[in-house]
Design a protein around this ligand. Structure first.
Ligand code: MCA
Ligand code: AMP
Length: 498
């Protein structure tokens, strides 16, 4: 038994003096130094009692120290659970209670508020701020820069990532070493990533896209990363001059297209632009091609499965399609779940089986069972079809989901918060088209008294929900449109208010 992620991400780079991260302030960190930093932090975590199989909840902002906690989790054999640092206290409490971590890492300003809940479950707290300072990095100079990694089986858990569901609270998707390594190996091959590459990384590192797709593939191939705190268009444009790859959500591309500086000469050394997490419009694909001469490569993934399909590096990249199944992954269209027209056109539920598919939802055998077919295929909730060349097209979703700037928003979660407000009788949250973020959530509310100030409601919602989930607009209605079964007809609301 070894430690599969250690073997692929860390071991080959232990003495690698090449630049791993190029930071916003111009600092360069070599692979060797980054692994040494992660090893020192591993000693600190192990001294606090973190053991193989324990969970570590990391809610600190994007910085090199937060990323090194991912490597420290691999070294100590712990299960890495990254979380958006902007989550509100109420949201954070849910994640702590559900995942019961051994250690929580958060900003120092948050320590006091989470302490009572952590004390209750015996979870230790360490601070880490956006500038890399805090208890995680205090006194590291006294710790050894070598840490003997703990062994983990391929089927052991490596990470926990929460994903929301249509029926309420987020569920923790359990990902194994095998899930992550097998997928990254395929992607490196598919996208021709090697050590001569420099990746522009402007995504958050608490989701599959910015963490596993971007970081695992880069480390495994010994590539460099231009590590940008967030999507700052000036920094991204500057980085085109010395980089070769970019991974982004469609909003990155629509914002770039609008920028006058984008042209063929600026992107002449770029090898590949990849898009995912949300649908890339054919129009965006075409505009980007016209301006830069590059065809964006679109791929399709999920938190539970990592990446499932991709357009090719060589060969036709079809606009509007998410490409073909990745090697060793079986994808089928289950037409029995569609209506008569859908059966005729072979449109149906996308179902997936392979080494990339997660182990199940934490503490939730019932939801895990519901997520799989009897013969072991994962039911994605996405609707689609294959064309005659074997390219997959996603034509819809069988889940009430809004994708805004690549972030997933489940209306039920927002409605639950809105409905807790004392002046609200009921609400319906739905997505409307947005030229920048693809979709944004808006809320229709029925109030006890129509004179209630919407401002009060929006402040209440903002105090309870992370910013990107808060409705961009509230509509006060006398009643919600419902069908004979009493179900709110969101399509009517969408048509009327889009
Ligand atoms: C920011 N805001 C948002 C979003 N982002 N509202 C809704 N949806 C969003 N995605 C809010 C801000 O709080 C702000 O509010 C206002 O919108 C404008 O902020 P702006 O400065 O324009 O936002 P930004 O900081 O530039 O962010 C936009 C972004 C960002 C760059 C598109 O959202 C982003 O990095 N998205 C990537 C998400 C991602 O990594 N998804 C992968 C998960 P105010 O003005 O009121 O303060 S999915 C995944 O991993 C699967 C497996 C996959 O297939 O990849
Ligand atoms: P998440 O729950 O954050 O893992 O998001 C996964 C969902 O994002 C998928 O089930 C799809 O609905 C959507 N998604 C991811 N990539 C794409 C893409 N390239 N095109 C359309 N939808 C996508």
């Amino acid at each position: 038994m070894t430690n599969y992620l250690y073997k692929h991400l860390i071991q080959p780079n232990i003495n690698n003096k090449k630049t791993f991260l190029l930071l916003d302030d111009g600092t360069k960190i070599s692979y060797e130094d980054f692994i040494s930093l992660s090893s020192k932090i591993s000693h600190k975590l192990a001294n606090l009692g973190l053991k193989s199989g324990d969970r570590i909840l990391v809610k600190s902002p994007k910085c090199k120290e937060t990323l090194s906690l991912y490597l420290s989790s691999i070294l100590t054999g712990a299960v890495f659970f990254p979380l958006n640092s902007s989550y509100t206290l109420n949201e954070t409490i849910y994640f702590i209670e559900d995942s019961k971590p051994t250690i929580l890492i958060c900003e120092s300003s948050e320590v006091k508020s989470v302490k009572p809940i952590c004390d209750k479950i015996g979870c230790k707290i360490l601070s880490l701020n956006a500038n890399g300072e805090g208890e995680v990095t205090n006194g590291l100079e006294d710790l050894d820069s070598f840490f003997k990694h703990n062994n983990r089986a391929e089927d052991d858990l490596a990470a926990l990532l929460y994903t929301s569901g249509t029926t309420g609270k987020p569920k923790g998707a359990m990902l194994t070493h095998q899930n992550l390594v097998s997928n990254a190996l395929q992607l490196i091959n598919l996208w021709n990533i090697d050590k001569s590459d420099t990746l522009i990384h402007a995504l958050p590192i608490y989701h599959t896209h910015g963490l596993f797709v971007a970081i695992n593939t880069s480390m495994m191939s010994g590539a460099s990363i231009r590590f940008i705190k967030n999507f700052n268009i000036d920094l991204v444009i500057e980085a085109f001059k010395y980089s070769t790859l970019m991974m982004g959500v469609p909003t990155f591309y629509t914002r770039l297209i609008k920028d006058k500086r984008l042209d063929k000469s600026l992107t002449k050394d770029m090898k590949l632009f990849i898009s995912g997490s949300a649908p890339l419009l054919t129009e965006t694909h075409q505009d980007f091609l016209n301006i830069t001469g590059h065809q964006i490569l679109e791929r399709y993934g999920m938190t539970e499965t990592n990446m499932n399909t991709s357009n090719p590096f060589d060969g036709e990249r079809k606009a509007g399609s998410v490409g073909k199944p990745i090697k060793d992954i079986s994808i089928r269209i289950n037409i029995t779940k569609g209506d008569k027209d859908a059966v005729l056109n072979k449109i149906g539920m996308i179902e997936i089986k392979g080494p990339n598919v997660f182990k199940g939802y934490l503490n939730n055998p019932k939801k895990t069972q519901e997520a799989f077919t009897e013969d072991g295929y994962f039911i994605t909730g996405d609707i689609g079809y294959f064309d005659k060349d074997g390219y997959l097209f996603i034509s819809g979703r069988n889940k009430d989901l809004i994708i805004s700037g690549g972030f997933n928003i489940y209306p039920k979660e927002i409605e639950d918060v809105i409905n807790q407000h004392k002046s609200v009788i009921e609400s319906a949250v739905f997505g409307i088209k947005d030229h920048d973020l693809g979709e944004v959530p808006i809320a229709a509310v029925v109030m006890i008294n129509n004179n209630t100030k919407i401002k009060d409601l929006s402040i209440f919602v903002e105090n309870n929900l992370v910013k990107y989930k808060t409705p961009k607009k509230y509509l006060v209605l006398n009643e919600l449109p419902k069908n004979v079964m009493g179900k709110v007809q969101k399509n009517i609301l969408k048509d009327k208010y889009s």
